[in-house]
Write a protein that binds this ligand. Structure first.
Ligand SMILES: NC(=O)c1ccc[n+]([C@@H]2O[C@H](COP(=O)([O-])OP(=O)(O)OC[C@H]3O[C@@H](n4cnc5c(N)ncnc54)[C@H](O)[C@@H]3O)[C@@H](O)[C@H]2O)c1
Ligand SMILES: O=C(O)CC[C@@H](O)C(=O)O
Length: 394
């Protein structure tokens, strides 16, 4: 039996997910010296010295901005995530955030906590004090959703069900997302169009260079007076200094976010939660299960599903002898790889090759045992980033 794969777990990952890695083939834990794979939630891996032994990274969640994806691509290492697995959890917290802002729930709760239970005037103080916290209803108001991916589209749908009008913006919307979106969601062509017409604006984009500070001093000028900005995406998607200035000027009514920071904490118009969006039992189990399944299938069989930097390539085993190759997406790679196999008289039984951006990935099932020298020859081809031989034992 081959040595078990070593999986370094950087955050608390649901035990239900870890159980998807069978003990006879995997060892998973926090103290792994020479990991074959890393399982991570929000730990920042940018400063980490990721050992050369790492074959794959699994993000038990959606955003991968905490992982050096480009550096991993250059090493032929797929970075898996769990699309949609925590979307419902975030959607529900966005609803709570909108209600907290519209009904002044945070301030009202603090007011009640501050009352003296022994005070005979308490009931009167409650009735006198409550007018300070009177709010408004969501129904009839407009929610602008920026980013209509797994979370954004659930948020849009939920808002329609709450009787709100919804305006959506996503220049890169997938065909699948567009099909799943209600025709009642109005399409905006620019971010500013969303900002101008919405009482609530909810951000659901990944943090990439194009979205960094997409809400800034200029864009905030387009927002409706007293509007509510919700950020359950990432801190860097908004320019916090500009948001604070807009709150100070009372242009912006409230900022509801999942990212406390020295700048926003303590501001009376900010509701900051401790990155709680995906922290439900269900979402944690869904994310961990999905990504552990993907890691297992990659490590054992080379199959790739839901990697942010690799194409989906999954092939049922039709032979005991499989080769997996990740290479630069340039001409004549497949020709060179198959020549190396033909040189050892290997007969290709089944094969699948796909590309995504700069990376191509190939699975080849051959009819007989693969000599070590073939794998070494493939590894030496210029442009090959990683090659693995995956025989089924026994
Ligand atoms: N607070 C939390 O705990 C939590 C949980 C899950 C996800 N998130 C964050 O939310 C983000 C979105 O998650 P998701 O699962 O919906 O991801 P997703 O990939 O399904 O959706 C992202 C959407 O944003 C769109 N987009 C990209 N650039 C855009 C731009 N410039 N303008 C408008 N739209 C743009 C994409 O086309 C895509 O449809 C994640 O990347 C992560 O940062 C936070
Ligand atoms: O793991 C978490 O709790 C947060 C996950 C979230 O930020 C995500 O991008 O999926």
């Amino acid at each position: 039996m081959a040595e078990p794969f070593q999986v370094l777990v950087l955050n608390n990952v649901s035990a239900k997910g870890l159980a998807r890695l069978p003990a006879e083939r995997f060892v998973a834990g926090k103290d792994i010296a020479r990991p074959d794979a890393v399982l991570v939630r929000s730990a920042d891996m940018h400063g980490m010295d990721i050992p050369k032994s790492v074959l794959a990274i699994g993000r038990a969640g959606s955003g991968t901005n905490n992982i050096p994806v480009n550096a991993m691509s250059a090493r032929g290492v797929p970075v898996f995530n769990a699309p949609g697995a925590n979307a419902n959890a975030v959607k529900e917290l966005v609803l709570a955030g909108m209600l907290m802002a519209a009904r002044n729930i945070g301030g009202a709760m603090c007011f009640v906590v501050g009352l003296d239970p022994a005070d005979p005037e308490m009931e009167k103080k409650v009735e006198d004090g409550k007018k300070t916290y009177a709010g408004y209803e969501l129904a009839g108001h407009t929610l602008g959703v920026i980013g209509l991916g797994m979370i954004g589209r659930l948020v849009a749908d939920m808002a329609l069900k709450m009787g709100m009008n919804v305006l959506g913006y996503d220049p890169e919307i997938t065909v699948e997302a567009a099909w799943s979106l209600s025709s009642k969601v109005k399409k905006a062509n620019f971010v500013t169009e969303v900002l101008k017409h919405s009482h609530f604006v909810s951000l659901h984009v990944p943090l990439v260079e194009a979205t960094r500070h997409m809400i800034n001093a200029e864009s905030l000028t387009h927002m409706k007076h007293g509007a509510v900005l919700l950020n359950f995406s990432r801190e860097g998607v908004v320019d916090e200094a500009a948001v604070l200035a807009a709150l100070e000027a009372r242009k912006l009514g409230s900022y509801v976010c999942d990212f406390p920071s020295p700048k926003v904490n303590g501001n009376p118009h900010v509701v900051a939660l401790p990155h709680l969006g995906a922290s439900t039992r269900e979402a944690e189990e869904n994310c961990a299960t999905m990504v552990a399944d993907q890691l297992r299938d990659y490590l054992l069989d080379g199959n790739v599903v839901n990697a942010v930097n690799f194409p989906n390539v999954a092939m049922p085993r039709e032979s005991k002898f499989r080769i997996a190759v990740a290479n630069a997406n340039v001409p004549n790679m497949l020709g060179q790889i198959s020549t190396a196999m033909a040189g050892a008289k290997l007969n290709i039984h089944n094969m699948m090759n796909k590309s995504k951006g700069d990376i191509a990935y190939t699975l080849v099932d051959v009819d007989s045992k693969v000599p070590k020298k073939v794998i070494e020859a493939i590894a030496k081809i210029e442009g090959v980033l990683a090659v693995r031989y995956l025989p089924v034992e026994g």
